[in-house]
Design a binder for this molecule. Structure first.
Ligand code: F6R
Length: 614
């Protein structure tokens, strides 16, 4: 989740100024895609390639550019959301080869970069950064044939993973080469030159007619022309698209709110996160990406987890996954409570702090508390180099990309996915499951993105249901075991964006008091994915039905719903993964309820995205 922009302009007295401004303002328009560091590279006849980079916002890059004054009328720029290597100047894009002949900006993830890097290092190539992107620049220089398009055709098949690339070649200083696989990239011809961007929002100030590169396609931009090539190198003539969105809509990719966009980002977020930790084809875990060595895994006696809000709910899921899949005693705690508890450390205990932002004060305090007890600590975070990630002894990142809406959605799903990967890995290392079972588990994880897509394709079912809930003011979410954790998250999501009263209960607890509140004015949402307690959960549903409540059932019920009950079905998966799928429905439900009530969905009242006060 980063942003790319590029421009090659016609010769003119102000060409350098113009190119710099197009790159910088294009990056400002893309800042919502990533904002931990940014950079530009510019090329001009007799000037070579000049690279200028800065950590932080584009405003910092503007100052750096004013200082280093890159020359030329052709350039590429990038705003970064770090995935490999912390947000430092060395890790900022553009990256170049050791001879400064090629500069590259890149969105996406090169999964086999470590292997490619080691091969290049063996042939004497020296690296300057920890990024996967530098491998592309070094490979292009290493295989350079005098023709960058041919070189790209040779190098791209070596890359595994996803990429959108912008490339400058010192020998052709008015040319930008670009290519893509599973990551969007578009180009446009304007009257003053040719443009490149990863998102249309960077180009709307100059043109509304853009051409999207085809999968595995290459394009070559000069000031007067853009030529397109397919995977085999044959020239093609794709049609352009006329954009009708304004800049704000474009940033949200056409979605009305960031929350909805981020709900729809989830298949990609799950795929990116999974591929970082798991080799899906081989059915094995990438050892180097995991926080436990085999010895550490065997010595593990207990996992304690602390987090706040949605991240706490992901931790409750994590507790169940570690217990059920790996047989490890685990405890998920609310960070603001746990930090004041007097929990003595246990021999072989490891502590995990879960935080999307990596900056939440209470989670950080819980981490410090456990560190002071001498425990080994692990962070699960979405922000590379965040405080919690830096403070912990080891870190696992979710690769969800920036989450802009205050209500957390894609971070939650990827946090739970990380716990599932961790639990499978620990189970395997501790001999609880064999290779075949590990493969089976990974295959189930690999199906998740598609299963989420199937649910997203049914969003109109949720919308229609919500339309019938105009008068509903009290909503109860109930479930047992992992479905209880889903209920907690569903109730939080609904109340924070729609301001409706909602509560989550372990289904078996209702009859111990809360059922007194249930009458015909209530909606009761029943999560029913846990086989071992399915009948009991359905019996609890009957108890609220008898009090006149309206019912909505979520789970895998191919044979249909009981009478007088709405049903949202999920695809077939394990009991451990099913709650991820029902949660997608719950997110859509919260979103459409908030829309029905005219709420400020992306910025709910009284809430902030990052809670840095205790
Ligand atoms: C709810 C939400 C919050 C956060 C909580 C922790 O949608 O976003 O409950 O989950 O404030 O934030 P992080 O994960 O950044 O520590």
């Amino acid at each position: 989740m980063c942003g790319i922009v590029g421009f090659t302009g016609k010769a003119a007295p102000e060409a350098t100024e113009k190119c710099r401004e197009i790159l910088l303002s294009g990056l400002e328009n893309l800042e919502y895609r990533g904002y931990d560091s940014a950079g530009i590279a510019m090329a001009g006849e007799g000037e070579g390639i000049t690279i200028c980079r800065a950590v932080g916002r584009i405003s910092n890059l503007r100052k750096a550019v004013a200082g280093c004054q890159p020359q030329g009328s052709c350039g590429i720029g990038h705003t970064r959301w770090a995935t490999h290597g912390r947000p430092t100047v060395e890790n900022c894009h553009p990256h170049e080869d050791e001879k400064h002949s090629v500069a590259v900006v890149h969105n996406g993830i090169i999964e086999n970069y470590q292997h490619l890097k080691e091969e290049l290092q063996r042939s004497g190539v020296e690296f300057n950064s920890q990024t996967d992107t530098e491998v592309i620049a070094q490979l292009l220089a290493h295989h350079y044939s005098g023709n960058m398009k041919d070189t790209l055709q040779k190098v791209l098949p070596l890359l595994e993973g996803s990429f959108a690339l912008g490339v400058l070649d010192k020998n052709q200083p008015d040319c930008i080469y670009c290519a893509r696989r599973r990551s969007p990239l578009l180009v446009a011809q304007g009257k003053d030159g040719s443009y490149l961007a990863s998102d249309v929002s960077a180009l709307l100030a100059y043109t509304k007619d853009v051409t999207y590169l085809e999968e595995n396609g290459i394009a070559v931009l000069t000031p007067d022309s853009i030529r397109f090539y397919n995977e085999n190198g044959s020239e093609i003539h794709p049609e352009s698209t006329h954009i009708t969105w304004d800049a704000t809509a474009a940033r949200k990719n056409g979605f009305e709110h960031y929350m909805l966009k981020e709900i729809f980002d989830q298949p990609t977020a799950l795929r990116d996160t999974l591929n970082h930790y798991v080799d899906v084809e081989l059915g094995c875990i990438r050892r180097e990406a995991m926080p436990f060595t085999p010895e550490q895994a065997k010595a593990l006696r207990r996992v304690t987890i602390a987090a706040c809000g949605t991240a706490y709910h992901a931790s409750v899921m994590g507790q169940s996954l570690l217990e059920q899949l790996a047989g490890i005693p685990a405890l998920a705690a609310i960070a603001s409570e746990y930090r004041y508890s007097n929990m003595p450390p246990v021999e072989g205990e490891v502590f995990i702090a879960v935080s999307q932002s990596g900056e939440t004060a209470d989670t950080l305090a819980a981490l410090s508390y456990k560190k002071a007890q001498g425990l080994r600590t692990i962070a699960l975070s979405n922000v590379l180099g965040s405080t919690i990630a830096r403070e912990a002894d080891a870190v696992m990142y979710t690769l969800a990309g920036p989450e802009i809406a205050v209500a957390s959605t894609k971070a939650y799903l990827t946090q739970v996915l990380l716990f599932a990967i961790l639990a499978l890995d620990l189970a395997h290392l501790r001999g609880v499951i064999d290779d075949a079972k590990l493969k089976e588990g990974i295959a189930a994880l690999a199906k998740l993105p598609e299963q989420v897509e199937e649910i997203l394709a049914k969003q109109s079912v949720v919308q229609d249901f919500v339309q019938q809930q105009k008068d509903c003011r009290d909503i109860f979410f109930i479930g047992r075991l992992m479905d209880y954790a889903s209920s907690l998250e569903a109730a939080l999501k609904l109340k924070e964006v729609s301001y409706l009263h909602s509560e989550a209960y372990a289904a078996g607890e209702l009859k111990h008091g809360t059922i007194a509140l249930v009458d015909e004015s209530c909606l009761v949402v029943v999560f029913a994915t846990q086989t071992v307690v399915l009948e009991k959960t359905l019996a609890n549903m009957e108890e609220v039905r008898a009090r006149g409540a309206k019912l909505l059932l979520l789970g895998h019920f191919p044979e249909g719903a009981p009478e007088d009950c709405s049903l949202w079905n999920i695809g077939k998966t394990s009991d451990q993964l099913a709650p991820l799928l029902t949660t997608v429905y719950a997110q859509l439900f919260a979103y459409y309820m908030a829309k029905l009530h005219g709420c400020d969905i992306d910025k709910p009242r009284n809430l902030a995205k990052s809670v840095t006060v205790e």
